[in-house]
Design a binder for this molecule. Structure first.
Ligand code: ATP
Ligand code: MG
Length: 562
């Protein structure tokens, strides 16, 4: 394609309000434009990248025997009501009414449609297993669309679904997807980490996320370089620490006057102890169990997701509620004599601590697990530097972009939606399902996050908008132009994807645009053109070499252009 003919609106300056590098570079390189918050137009070069990603995904899905279908974005409300998500999901689900007043939803994912289809088309064990996928628009009214195409309200997802007779079948489908996902991300030039996103300890469904390390990521993972343990920090577990010191004389609770010492810092300063010698007592009001106390060690943070998995939705009690229930200010709440059900972090099974005395301006020292009744759970938020739960090493952490997720759904959808099959004995059974998503735009943006420099993008070859960017240095020079036209024709004849910058602009502007757009190879047609010599520059490394026009095609092929 000729740069003079295509829409490639590059921008010199960093656009205001774009923080993530991928966001800035996608705008500057003329790949996308924002129509509304979290709603984007893909321009020609950007759409070429997306089509390449889609092609790689299609090849790998087809290779594991996954069948491509296409399911609609507009869904009748009934199927979402049957699955329970019409009520279960809040404002993130776009809802509308058709002209007859019927409720409709814009699909944010397609479990409901798949299960609806399975309920109608699958009758017998002989039809199982099945693997179905599509690449389709998803609509989600995200609370905070941000970072360019990383979090949008409309985006393309490859979502696939496995239908099996039993859990063994589901595991086979799951493993096939993991193998396919590994290949997809590798081919797209992305470095990813597969992490646990369930909490095996608390049971529940198995799920893994594919995380691309990047400073722009909204998620954080912890991982162990020694044994390979890796998990989303939201659900990560760490080795229980050995208690080295206690607060007060263990097992001999002793009330101390701590006037106005309400915070962890106040109390540690006042008593001359460390935060780890304290118990943090948080009164929460939970959906399933009402008011209760959640305890974590003073230097630890409550992991809200872990608590939610145990007690359902909850919120922190207000100071008024604490006063009404315990007759004390928030800073002096403690487990002993609180008269509330207590959920305590496992670490607190051992050691002795200082906690609030449930009496204003007083704390108690020497508290051990014997002093109160509690249910023990892993409630704390893991931190970088904590011990790995599986080996002797220490956990490291990094920020990541979630590019994909695989999920063992089991009968979560088939059961309420009646997707059953008859087994060999004629018994009716629920189909066992899995679902597997990949965000195409997140692959593109994460690839930019991982492959760029101060001048712009340096695309991994497989997803670059073009393989070769031909730069004609002096458009007004007839000899140079003739050679550049020839180079363009030769490359195209060899089916190399070429962008030919034939615009009548200064060489400096063209070089800058070529570096910004980031095609893997640049072919510069300049001074030596009359001798039939051009220069090849490898965008990622900056290496340059001269090549004779006659040998150019062979050389760019050797350098990986096709
Ligand atoms: P997040 O936690 O980042 O909101 P999610 O876990 O809700 O994502 P999934 O339902 O697992 O997302 O969707 C599968 C894939 O779709 C994600 O791994 C991601 O690649 C992509 N994706 C999800 N939400 C968005 C979005 N708002 N914009 C762009 N891509 C998205
Ligand atoms: Mg996800």
């Amino acid at each position: 394609m000729r740069a003079s003919e295509i829409l490639l609106p590059t921008v010199k300056e960093d656009p205001a309000g774009a923080e993530a590098i991928s966001h800035r570079l996608m705008l500057r390189a003329g790949l996308v434009r924002q129509l509304a918050a979290g709603v984007y137009v893909y321009l020609p070069a950007g759409w070429r990248v997306m089509k390449k990603i889609a092609a790689i995904i299609r090849e790998e899905m087809d290779a594991i025997g996954c069948q491509e279908i296409l399911m609609p974005v507009i869904n009748p409300a009934e199927i979402w009501q049957q699955s329970g998500r019409w009520d279960g999901i809040g404002d993130e689900l776009f809802r509308l009414k058709d002209r007859k007043g019927a409720d409709m939803a814009l699909a944010m994912t397609h479990e409901e449609v798949v299960t609806w289809l399975a309920a109608r088309e699958i009758q017998s064990y002989k039809q199982l297993p099945q693997l179905w996928y599509h690449i389709q628009t998803k609509e989600r009214d995200e609370a905070r669309p941000k970072s360019g195409v990383l979090r949008t309200r409309e985006f393309l997802m490859k979502d696939s679904y496995s239908l099996d007779r039993d859990v063994e079948g589901l595991r086979v489908a799951y493993d096939k997807h993991i193998a396919a996902y590994d290949r997809i991300f590798a081919r797209c030039g992305l470095r990813v980490r597969m992490v646990e996103s369930d909490n095996g300890m608390m049971g529940g469904a198995v799920s893994h996320e594919y995380m691309a390390p990047s400073a722009a990521g909204e998620d954080e993972v912890v991982f162990c370089s020694a044994c390979g343990y890796a998990a989303n920090i939201e659900l990560a577990v760490a080795r229980a620490e050995v208690v080295t010191s206690g607060g007060g004389k263990a097992g001999a609770p002793h009330e101390v006057h701590t006037p106005d010492a309400r915070t962890i810092d106040d109390v540690t300063a006042f008593l001359g102890i460390e935060a780890r010698q304290l118990i943090k007592s948080l009164m929460v009001v939970s959906e399933s169990r009402g008011p209760l106390l959640a305890l974590v060690r003073g230097d630890h943070d409550l992991n809200e997701l872990k608590l939610r998995l145990i007690v359902g939705d909850f919120r922190l009690a207000t100071p008024e509620e604490v006063a009404a229930r315990l007759g004390v200010g928030i800073g002096f709440v403690g487990p002993v004599g609180a008269g509330l059900p207590i959920l305590a972090d496992e670490v607190l099974r051992q050691g002795s601590y200082v906690s609030g005395a449930n009496k204003d301006d007083y704390h108690v020292t020497g508290i051990t697990a014997e002093a109160f009744e509690a249910e023990y759970h892993d409630l704390r938020r893991v931190r970088v530097g904590d011990g790995c739960p599986h080996c002797d090493a220490v956990l490291a952490g990094e920020r990541v972009i979630e590019v994909g997720q695989v999920f063992q759904l089991g009968t979560r959808y088939s059961q309420p939606m009646g997707a059953t099959y008859l087994d060999e004995e004629g018994n009716e059974r629920d189909i066992v399902m899995g679902s597997y998503g990949i965000g195409l735009a997140r692959i593109a943006a994460a690839a930019i996050e991982q492959h760029h420099d101060a001048d712009g993008i340096a695309w991994p070859a497989a997803i670059a908008p073009f393989a070769v960017h031909v730069v004609l240095v002096k458009t007004a020079d007839d000899e140079q132009r003739a050679v550049a036209d020839d180079v363009y024709a030769r490359l195209r004849a060899a089916t190399v994807e070429v962008l030919y910058d034939d615009r009548d602009l200064s060489a400096g502007v063209k070089f800058k645009d070529a570096d910004l757009l980031g095609c893997p190879l640049q072919v510069v047609v300049g001074k030596k053109a009359p001798q039939g010599v051009v220069e090849i520059k490898v965008r990622a490394s900056g290496e340059r070499e001269e090549a004779a026009v006659e040998a150019l095609v062979q050389r760019v092929v050797e350098l990986g252009a096709i």
